[in-house]
Structure formats: structure tokens, C-alpha cells
Design a protein around this ligand. Structure first.
Ligand code: HEC
Ligand code: HEC
Length: 363
């Protein structure tokens, strides 16, 4: 198709150019008149796919697949995108317009072929105290006593407890509780989540009252769980140190120190795994990527998804005057990104900045 129209232009070039020009003007006119709708797929790819994957199959984030999306109301999706999950990896998208958030939802609906359910907003008639007993018996082994989920994390690819198909989300998280209605929770409990290993509690496994009670109990987490404190907003993502040694000696020292501390310096062949990289070696500067599986596991315990994108990298630079600098990521700042929509962008920016510094000297 494309090739043929290209050929047509060549046959009658002037005419083709004129036609193109005319079409371009017409298009500009029309798109000026119509209010351009936000591009849901583009937004999804830009903001969500890194964690939820292109087809919603889940990775760092939970699967967003048909089986689940058909149980979610649009308002659950809307609030989840807006509020995120404070203290977890799911960012809050507060600077998007309502139209953009809705465009993403529209894309998820089209992609999954679902329309979503509407739940009535009435609270369940349940008793949280009785619900605590049901929770203890039927839910605690997967969702933990505090509702945070067994592995402090979610997703299908990472640090997943191998007894789970999917790590449960935090059902005590303020972002979750503010997004979900009692009736939607009831529905999930009755139906379960076959694809992720959450059993169905319908079919008289639990009676109606017990389901209402356990929903009331999960709802009551809202009073017990305080939102995580926010970090200081005015921090830089890197620390810069001066080395008293020569460039060569500093590189040697850093490598020796890393090796001595049981860090593994990654060779090229791990590039595909995303964790690792080349040494970006140039005569007067070097970026060293490294990892220590103990440290990594320690971090994964605190925040399972942090390890995947953790920039275990020290950059060593020699300045004109012979001054040698060590540039080290500020992990406090990095970890804060996990709670806002700048995660992906800032991460990229940091990568780019690091690479730019290296490129500059290389050229
Ligand atoms: C940095 C990774 C990351 C990004 C980016 C991200 N999410 Fe998430 N998302 C998660 C994680 C992790 C969870 C599970 C929350 C938890 O751990 O409690 C989640 C949960 C969700 C849920 C709730 C799923 C459920 O089972 O109820 C929805 C819906 C969702 N995300 C949609 C989105 C959309 C839409 C975007 C883009 C606008 C997005 N997410 C961007 C990581 C991410
Ligand atoms: C065998 C483990 C298991 C048991 C038992 C279990 N769940 Fe789950 N639950 C999960 C998993 C895994 C998910 C995440 C499913 C997904 O996102 O694909 C989940 C999801 C949920 C969700 C939806 C959270 C969200 O973000 O979409 C709710 C609500 C929930 N469970 C409540 C309960 C309650 C209440 C009980 C007890 C009556 C219970 N679960 C028992 C594993 C379990």
C-alpha cells in the first residue's frame, strides 16, 4: 500500500506534492476545529507499559487483563490512576487531565474488550469484628494480618513468592481503599481471581453475611493504616564526592572496594536482563555497574521492585585540572520516585544525564 502510493507520487510528482499540500492544509483545518482527543494508547505506552507491559500482562505492576478489568468499575480505574498506591510502586498521576486519564481507561477497555461494571455505592451491611475472624481463617495466609500482601509487593516477574502466581496487591493501602467500593470488593471475594490464584469464596464457601463481614473488616484497615510519610522534595538524585587519588587509582580502588564488599561487576552479556550494563569505559572516565545479591535481596525485602531499576552505578570522572570525581546515585530520592508519576521520566533523565556526561568526554 505504502509503496504504491510512493510510486504514484513519483509518476506525477508535482501533482502529488500539491495533493499532499492540500491534504495537509485540510487536515490542519479539521484538527483545529475538532478538539483532539488524548491518545489513550500513547499515554498507556508512555506511562504504564513499563510496569504493566504492553498488553497488560503484568510485570513490575499487576496484570491488567480481561478477567480482572471486567470486574473493575471505571471509577476504580480512574481513582487508582489518580491516587496510585502511596508507599507502593504504583505512581499517582495527578498532573494528567481528566480527559487523559479517561483516554487511558478507554484504551484498557478496548484492548481487553471489557466495558467494566457499575457497582452501587452502598456500603455492605457487615460487622468488622466478625469479619476479622473470617479474615484470619480465609485471607490472612495470602494477604497478611495488615492486608499488605505476603511479599510487600506485587507483580508477576519480580521477587514473587513462588507459591503465588501473582503477588497480592496491598488491600489495606489508602489508594486502594479510596478507589474500591464495598460492592466491588464483594464481587472479587465471591468470584476470586483464577488467573492469579485467589480462590473463589462464592459457592457457599462463605455465606453472604460472612462476605459482608470480611469486606467490612478490610474496609476497617483504613483506620489502622497511616499513609507513609513523604520525603523531602528538594533533594538531588546524586551525591558527588572528590577522590584524593589519580583517576586510574580511583577506578582500581572502587573496583577493589566493590569486589571486596561482594559486589559483582556485571559483564556485557547481562544487558538484556535490564539490570546491568557495560562498563562505559573511556580513558578518563568510567561508569561501573555492579550488584550484590545480598544487598539486592535486602532491598527487595523492603521494596520488591526497587531492585529492578536500582541504579547500582558509580561514575568516576577526571576533570580538566586532574580532579577526580565520584558520582553516586542518591537512593533516597530514587526510591521516592516510586511514589509519583515522575518515576519513569526522571529515571530516564538520570540515565540520559549519566550517559551524556560519558558521551561528552568520549567525543
Ligand atoms: C512503576 C511501576 C508502575 C507504573 C508506571 C504504573 N503502575 Fe499500576 N501498579 C503498579 C503496582 C506495583 C501495582 C500494585 C499495587 C500494590 O502493590 O499494592 C499497580 C496497580 C495498578 C492497578 C490496580 C490493579 C488491581 O489489581 O487492582 C491499576 C488499575 C493500575 N495499576 C493501572 C495503571 C495505569 C493505568 C498506569 C499508567 C497510567 C500505571 N498503573 C502505572 C505499578 C505501576
Ligand atoms: C491463595 C491466596 C489468596 C487468598 C486465600 C485470598 N486472596 Fe485475595 N488476592 C490474592 C491475590 C494473588 C490477589 C491479586 C490478584 C490480581 O491482582 O491478579 C488478590 C486480590 C484480592 C483483592 C483485590 C485487590 C486488587 O488490587 O485488585 C481483594 C479485595 C482480595 N484479594 C480480598 C481477599 C479476601 C477478603 C480474602 C479472604 C476471604 C482473600 N482475598 C483471600 C490472593 C489471595
Amino acid at each position: 500500500m505504502l509503496r504504491r502510493s510512493k510510486g504514484d507520487y513519483r509518476v506525477n510528482e508535482m501533482n502529488g506534492i500539491r495533493t499532499k499540500y492540500f491534504l495537509a492544509c485540510l487536515f490542519a483545518l479539521l484538527s483545529g476545529l475538532a478538539v483532539a482527543a488524548p491518545d489513550g494508547q500513547g499515554l498507556y505506552v508512555e506511562h504504564c507499559a513499563a510496569c504493566h507491559q504492553m498488553e497488560g500482562e503484568g510485570g513490575i505492576g499487576l496484570p491488567l487483563i480481561r478477567e480482572k478489568l471486567e470486574d473493575m468499575s471505571d471509577s476504580y480505574l480512574f481513582n487508582t490512576i489518580r491516587l496510585g498506591r502511596p508507599g507502593r510502586v504504583m505512581p499517582a498521576y495527578q498532573r494528567m487531565s481528566d480527559a487523559q486519564v479517561k483516554a487511558i481507561i478507554g484504551f484498557l477497555r478496548r484492548q481487553s474488550g471489557t466495558t467494566g461494571r457499575d457497582y452501587d455505592s452502598s456500603p455492605v451491611d457487615g460487622d468488622a469484628e466478625r469479619g476479622a475472624v473470617v479474615y484470619e481463617e480465609h485471607c490472612v495466609r495470602c494477604h497478611e494480618a495488615d492486608g499488605s500482601g505476603a511479599g510487600e509487593g506485587t507483580g508477576v516477574t519480580l521477587s514473587r513468592d513462588r507459591t503465588f502466581l501473582v503477588m497480592p496487591a496491598s488491600i489495606s493501602n489508602p489508594g486502594f481503599l479510596a478507589s474500591v467500593s464495598d460492592q466491588m470488593m464483594r464481587h472479587v471475594v465471591i468470584k476470586g481471581r483464577k488467573s492469579s490464584g485467589m480462590p473463589s469464596f462464592g459457592d457457599e464457601k462463605l455465606n453472604d453475611q460472612e462476605i459482608n463481614d470480611v469486606v467490612a473488616y478490610v474496609r476497617s484497615f483504613a483506620e489502622k493504616v497511616s499513609p507513609p510519610e513523604s520525603l523531602d522534595g528538594d533533594e538531588r538524585p546524586t551525591h558527588v564526592f572528590q577522590s584524593p587519588y589519580s583517576f586510574e587509582q580511583t577506578v582500581k580502588n572502587v573496583k577493589a572496594a566493590l569486589t571486596g564488599a561482594n559486589f559483582r561487576i556485571f559483564p556485557d552479556r547481562f544487558v538484556e536482563q535490564g539490570l546491568v550494563d557495560e562498563f562505559s569505559v573511556n580513558t578518563r572516565q568510567v561508569g561501573i555497574r555492579f550488584c550484590n545479591f545480598n544487598v539486592l535481596y535486602g532491598m527487595l525485602k523492603i521494596e520488591p521492585r526497587l531492585g529492578v531499576v536500582l541504579p547500582c552505578r558509580i561514575t568516576i570522572l577526571e576533570r580538566e585540572g586532574g580532579e577526580v570525581m565520584l558520582v553516586v546515585p542518591n537512593l533516597r530520592v530514587v526510591s521516592r520516585w516510586f511514589n509519583n508519576d515522575e518515576l519513569v521520566t526522571l529515571w530516564d533523565r538520570m540515565e540520559t544525564t549519566f550517559n551524556d556526561i560519558i558521551d561528552e568526554v568520549t567525543l
